[in-house]
Design a protein around this ligand. Structure first.
Ligand SMILES: *Cc1c(COP(=O)(O)O)cnc(C)c1O
Length: 390
């Protein structure tokens, strides 16, 4: 079977581990820490990597391999490695590829813990990071130095839902011989494939829309075989591997990724359109609304607009807090990409420790509300938001 020719949904459902002698239909769980060998020669050949086979679940496991294989096909990647969390994927990728004295150029608006890695921990190893404004890609080249090794961004961003042109980033990376790494978490492999635009590595927090039901944590890095090899060797020694149980859950989740994400996006567009018409809302940002500043770029690189809508409530900080207090059905939670719609007010919660200037530089105004649109009946979500805005 030529897997490359299969459709996205077919790959996510039919690409599965070889059946055991029990002829199970659905893939079983391989809860085993290690694997056995036939004899001394088998063991020798396995350890010297002359044979591709499972040795120990810190290195690989059948459930994990199935999950990795599916994501590689979805993203058009050569190889991948799966991690216990999205942050383990981000950290291990950088730790494997960087040396002391290297420099990273990153968008300023990246996931909070990724930002903490750059500012709090990498300086310990003499790794420096410069930040560019995601809405000023023309300034990126100013930050590149002779020791710059990695160019890093997320698109769409959290929580402001800004978009950056992935092809433009790839051209800059190629010109300066940098490794382009994209955290593709908000888009999922269904909506956007950064490798097709020239990215070298794609990272996902599988905790979000890939699981999609708020159950397990997971992460993955996929991309160029030579780079993934470095990441794999680092990880098999340092131990951030995804558990087989979570890999099994996540691989099952991928079977429904396309239908779930289609519905998330459909609901999100309806909610964004509703918010645009509400008198207490100043502005709405959603990639597939024509009013989004990078609407054309979003349409070029994304299949649909994703499940995150951000909007600016009239009345700033106090109005944002009051809005959260009036919410009845939607959840107040830090997660996103769940079946349940989640609302957050970053200025008074996740980003409250930043100064107003720091918040503004990553697009977080006092009245910004982020909605992670779920899979409930969309009218019920609209009604809840409407009464809370009222
Ligand atoms: C959640 C998230 C992460 C971290 O993933 P965890 O699974 O929570 O460790 C990284 N990047 C983005 C964009 C995220 O939303």
């Amino acid at each position: 079977m030529n897997k490359k020719k299969l459709g996205f949904e077919t790959n996510s459902i039919r690409n599965q581990l070889e059946r055991t002698q029990y002829q199970e239909h659905s893939v079983p769980l391989f809860l085993t820490s290690s694997f056995i060998f036939e004899d001394a020669e088998d063991m020798r050949a396995s350890f010297s990597e002359e044979k591709e086979r499972n040795i120990y679940s810190r290195f690989s496991n059948p459930n994990t391999s199935e999950f990795v294989e599916k994501i590689c096909q979805m993203e058009g990647a050569e190889e991948g490695y799966a991690f216990a969390t999205g942050m383990a994927a981000v950290f291990s990728t950088f730790a494997a590829l960087l040396n002391a004295g290297d420099h990273v150029v990153s968008a300023g608006s990246v996931f909070g813990s990724t930002h903490a890695l750059f500012t709090k921990y990498f300086p310990k190893w003499n790794i420096e990071t410069s930040y560019f404004n995601i809405n000023q890609p023309e300034t990126i080249e100013q930050f590149i130095k002779p020791n710059t090794k990695i160019l890093y961004a997320e698109s769409p961003t959290n929580p402001a839902v800004d978009i950056i042109d992935l092809e433009l980033l790839a051209n800059i990376a190629k010109k300066h011989n940098l490794i382009l790494i994209i955290d593709n978490c908000f888009a999922t492999p269904y909506l956007q494939n950064p490798i097709a635009f020239g990215a070298d590595i794609v990272i996902h927090s599988a905790t979000k829309l890939i699981d999609g039901q708020g159950r397990v944590l997971g992460g993955i890095a996929v991309g160029r075989a030579d780079l993934i090899r470095e990441i794999y060797l680092f990880s098999r020694n340092t131990g951030p591997a995804l558990s087989p149980f979570n890999a099994w859950v996540l691989s099952k989740s991928l079977e429904t990724l396309a239908v779930r994400v289609e519905k998330h996006c459909d609901n999100a567009l309806k909610i964004a359109t509703f918010l645009e018409s509400n008198a207490n809302v100043q502005t709405v940002k959603y990639p597939f609304l024509p009013s989004h500043p990078q609407f054309e770029i979003a349409k070029k690189q994304m299949r649909l607009g994703g499940n995150i809508v951000s909007f600016e409530i009239k009345g700033g900080l106090a109005a944002g807090r009051a809005f959260l207090d009036k919410i009845k059905m939607c959840s107040l939670s830090a997660n996103l990409g769940d079946t349940r719609t989640i609302v957050t007010h970053p200025a008074s919660t996740t980003h409250s420790k930043l100064s107003v200037e720091e918040r503004l530089s990553v697009g977080i105004t006092d009245g910004l509300v982020r909605v992670s649109v779920g899979l409930e009946t969309v009218e019920d979500v609209v009604n809840d938001l409407q009464q809370a805005l009222g």
